[in-house]
Design a protein around this ligand. Sequence first.
Ligand SMILES: NC(=O)c1ccc[n+]([C@@H]2O[C@H](COP(=O)([O-])OP(=O)(O)OC[C@H]3O[C@@H](n4cnc5c(N)ncnc54)[C@H](OP(=O)(O)O)[C@@H]3O)[C@@H](O)[C@H]2O)c1
Length: 425
Amino acid sequence: MRKLNIAIIGLGNIGTYLYKYLRDNRKILTEKNNCLPHIKYVSAKNRKKRRSINISKKLWLDNYLDATKLKDVDIIIELIGGSEGPAKKLVFNALKNKKHVVTANKALIAKYGDQLAKIAEKNKVNLEYEASVCGGVPIIRSLKEGLIANKISKIYGIFNGTSNYILSSMDKENKEFNDVLIKAQKLGYAESNPSADLNGDDVSSKLKILTSLCFNSFLNDNIYVEGIKQIDKTDIDNANKLGYKIKLLGFAELLNNRIYQRVHPALIKKDSYVASIDGVLNAVIVDGKPVGQSTIQGEGAGAGATTSALVSDISSILRGNIKFPFSISIKERKKLKFENLDQRLFSAYLRFEVEDRPGVLSNITNIFSKNKVSIKRLVQNPYKKSSSIIIITHKSKDIFLKKTLREVDKKNFVKHKSKLIRIDE
Ligand SMILES: NC(=O)c1ccc[n+]([C@@H]2O[C@H](COP(=O)([O-])OP(=O)(O)OC[C@H]3O[C@@H](n4cnc5c(N)ncnc54)[C@H](OP(=O)(O)O)[C@@H]3O)[C@@H](O)[C@H]2O)c1
């Protein structure tokens, strides 16, 4: 029976779960792949740390980088995390020394994926990263294999379970942002430092990787990123009354030969498929030719879902399926021009909290017409001394929507910073 030796580097949440999975499912994985996945070594930062697994002495590497040099290591599984430091050193050295690499590290792939892919291709080894994007949703392998026939025009969806949990709980449980965040942290859905989830950076890394696979392009940093911290319960309630839900979405799309990458909260129709994805679930939708629309949904994170993706990558290597890390050779990947959002057309929801006095409304609508942003719907909710004005616009260039918001915000009748949330039909 063929056998490949594995070194698992990083024994935290994911590494420990994967170790147990490989230990307990050796037989079935060997049968399915016609090759035995053998855990030869493990390493982490602190050997003395208490873990939920018993590790025999002969498995432990004192220096994790030894895995990149030892002749009896075929596959290195990087589960340290972070785009720099030990994870970067490990993956670069492993590929240079002709070891196959499996990683769940989106930050590393989004930043150094092109350089790493070049080394992997030159050395004819795998660089697999299914677990780096949307955990248990097998979107990377689907793009590389199942959807290989397609010319893709758009990929979008919900790529971050933490922010989706927060937005859907604010809506369903009628709670404010901070209350829901505390609950998410207690339940383990949000990290103690959740900023990358909430400011859109996590989705941005995942989207860059997906864009590159969809459009055969190099990774591109021209991406508009906005998180969910500014969304409050009032916006969620207003969206509901207008027939929408608010979701943090990632989009990569080809429009009139221009590629846009964007991450931002968006109002989407309540009866749309994406609006029905609640809690920590992720969903990815691909528009392609000839397939039409294809959708995958599932658990976006957590040790079980991530291990499912890691084992898919390991199995691909066990079967000897050596592929280009980004689907095609580096020589064929394109340097495409990515556009910023300024010229793209959007309808939008704008909310202004203003003093309730004569002339304010006409002042606002004048700023809209000066910037050629036409109003589709306007709702005014008067309170004691103030008023909340909600405007839904017709499609307008993003640059003019932002300019309109800035100009209104300069007026002394504005009581709080105004809101702009794009609408995706
Ligand atoms: N958690 C998720 O739901 C999830 C989902 C998808 C992808 N991922 C990705 O999976 C990776 C691992 O995540 P995790 O949640 O398992 O992280 P974690 O629990 O923080 O574990 C990190 C591991 O890396 C080890 N480590 C840290 N510095 C090291 C060094 N200098 N040398 C050797 N080992 C070192 C730590 O060692 P000690 O144990 O000795 O401290 C620990 O075992 C990350 O890239 C993450 O983005 C996680």
